[in-house]
Design a protein around this ligand. Structure first.
Ligand code: FES
Length: 574
């Protein structure tokens, strides 16, 4: 079999000479490797990203597997998207990372690729790239981080931060206690140990068939992770030999399987945006209605923070993603191909839950359907999202007066003011925090509960925005309102005191203001001006799609069959 890399190392002699000599310059004798698959390792390790901090070790183990199987591993760095440091949000750079990986694959002598991910956006960015490039690909993550403890209680990443932060703002925690929690919070490298966006996305990669079964939930420091990495390295060489490409794995049915898995996990709302974007790269449309349709018939089964009480180590012990898939087996397309070269059904044939407190049975679910719901109405004509499994049941049907913040800064300046005109019935509205509005679609949607309410013992109220929220957050929070305020969506027209009606069971979100008044406000509305007049943020504002379309760039989605083709470089003189 002639591999893609042969165009670089064979063919026109002066070119092949130059490329072989480049291998020699790195201490590699071409005689040892030529004719063997060249495997790229797209490594998102970075000291700017603590979540991906073990990926050098994982990469070394992947390389062992590639060499054992007779391939040549060549590792390359990519941009890394660390949720903690990157501001306003790593989401601003997801599409840039997808372009980085895709273009590195296009330009180089790579026959297949191992995608090393962990923190939230690194996983979908790599899969978007792999879907577009359609070279044999397999993903492996760094795994969830170790669990810290504070005064006898385990500390869940993100979820407990939000909880203790509310306690601090309500005056229930001293500064000393707050600092103690900080010291227990970051217990080593690895992803958040809750079912936040990172573990949701790696679980979905496994459910899609892009990761070896059992890999997603192995803790970052567990030696099984390095063994899985070596197995991943072996498998990518076989994938190249079998010419098994993402286009055979990332099918419409596989995305249905991933949506079902997301719903059974009670996973992150962010996954909706990422799945739409990933599917879009293969020309597959995932309308929000599809999520809602599958939501109604998919039981919610996983008792993990933020929707439940356990952490990722318990999920792994209980059987991980395979156990969840086994529970919803009857709802899945079991004939879908995976990177194993086996079908999903074959992969989970002997899987089951080993701990019913963590992964419950489909016969006795935590919710019979609807862990995530899609809302529509005049406030969100193209849709909005709520994570019902992490909301307060008494607020799922609610009418209340709006209290409007025109942007994030306005919210920060006023939210804890003693004069804030807020009650437990209020509906907090945050405008101009969407994809184009910031830009970057940050996780500002879980607007803090005002201190004066926390002090009065009110822990939740309805909050609505065109923003996202952390996968580790909780509360009655309506997100991804589309169209966003910055492009003139009705969210921009809401004023203090307007009544807003939320009805999750009825799937509706209505601004109870008559149409004539809304038209009057629309005529007076002025689009916010952006300070970003150049560079990547300007490119982002000009080309990012709305949340219901996955927030990919318009020019990265193939709009025709012909655009699905990955154009390889003309291999010529450098
Ligand atoms: Fe990186 Fe949660 S912040 S995985």
């Amino acid at each position: 079999m002639k591999y893609r890399s042969a165009q670089w190392f064979g063919g026109r002699e002066e070119l092949a000479f130059q490329n072989r000599s480049a291998l020699r310059a790195m201490g590699l004798n071409p005689d040892d490797y030529l004719g063997k698959p060249v495997i790229g390792l797209a490594n998102s390790w970075s000291e700017l990203n603590n979540c991906n901090g073990n990926l050098r070790d994982v990469a070394d183990a992947v390389k062992r597997g590639v060499l054992l199987e007779g391939g040549l591993p060549l590792e390359f760095p990519t941009i890394s998207l660390g949720e903690e440091f990157m501001k306003p949000s790593a989401m601003l750079y997801r599409n840039l990372m997808a372009m980085d990986v895709e273009e590195t694959l296009r330009a180089n002598p790579i026959d297949g690729v191992v995608l090393l991910c962990n923190c939230d956006k690194t996983t979908p960015a790599q899969l978007m790239a792999a879907a577009s490039a359609d070279l044999p690909a397999i993903q492996i993550n760094g795994g969830p981080r170790a669990i810290g403890h504070w005064r006898g209680n385990s500390v869940g990443s993100g979820t407990d931060l939000w909880k203790y932060s509310d306690d601090r703002r309500a005056g229930r925690l001293s500064l000393e206690e707050w600092h103690e929690i900080e010291a227990s919070y970051g217990c080593g490298v690895g992803a958040c140990n809750t079912m936040g966006t990172a573990s949701t996305m790696t679980s979905l990669s496994e459910a899609l068939g892009m990761m070896l079964p059992g890999t997603a939930s192995i803790p970052a420091t567990d030696a099984r992770r390095l063994q899985a990495a070596t197995a991943t390295g072996r498998r990518i060489v076989q994938l190249v030999r079998e010419d098994l490409r993402p286009s055979r794995i990332l099918t419409p049915k596989a995305f249905d399987n991933a949506i079902r898995t997301l719903l059974a996990l009670g996973g992150s709302t962010n996954a909706i945006v990422h799945l739409i974007a990933m599917a879009g790269r293969r020309g597959i449309r995932l309308p929000l209605e599809r999520f809602d349709e599958l939501s109604k018939s998919t039981p919610f089964l996983v008792n993990l923070m933020p929707s439940g009480s356990h952490l990722m180590d318990a999920f792994d012990s209980a059987g991980g993603v395979s156990a969840v898939l086994a529970e919803i087996r009857s709802l899945l397309h079991l004939d879908e191909m995976t990177v194993c070269g086996r079908t999903l059904g074959e992969n989970i044939a002997r899987s089951r839950s080993f701990d019913r407190k963590v992964i419950v049975s489909a016969e006795q679910p935590l919710l019979s359907g609807g862990s995530l719901a899609v809302l529509k109405g005049n406030l969100a004509p193209n849709g909005a999202i709520i994570k019902a499994s992490a909301a307060s049941p008494h607020l799922l049907k609610h009418v209340g007066p709006a209290l409007v913040f025109r942007d994030y800064e306005d919210m920060l300046n006023r939210i804890d003011g003693p004069d804030l005109p807020v009650t437990g019935d209020s509906v907090l509205v945050l405008q101009n925090a969407g994809p184009k509005g910031v830009p970057g679609f940050p996780e500002w949607g879980s607007i803090p509960v005002p201190s004066k309410l926390l002090q009065a013992g009110i822990a939740d109220l309805v909050r609505i925005s065109d923003s996202r929220m952390s996968g580790t957050a909780f509360g009655t929070v309506v997100l991804h309102v589309t169209p966003e305020a910055a492009v003139g969506g009705n969210l921009a027209l809401v004023q203090d005191g307007d009544l807003i009606q939320l009805d999750v069971a009825g799937r509706s979100l209505e601004l109870l203001v008559d149409a004539t008044e809304l038209e009057r406000r629309r005529a007076a509305w002025k689009a916010p001006t952006s300070r970003h007049l150049r560079g990547y943020p300007k490119l982002y504002i000009d080309h990012v799609l709305q949340a219901d379309e996955g927030c990919d760039f318009d020019f990265l989605r193939p709009e025709s069959e012909a655009a699905l083709e990955f154009i390889h470089p003309l291999v010529g003189r450098s």
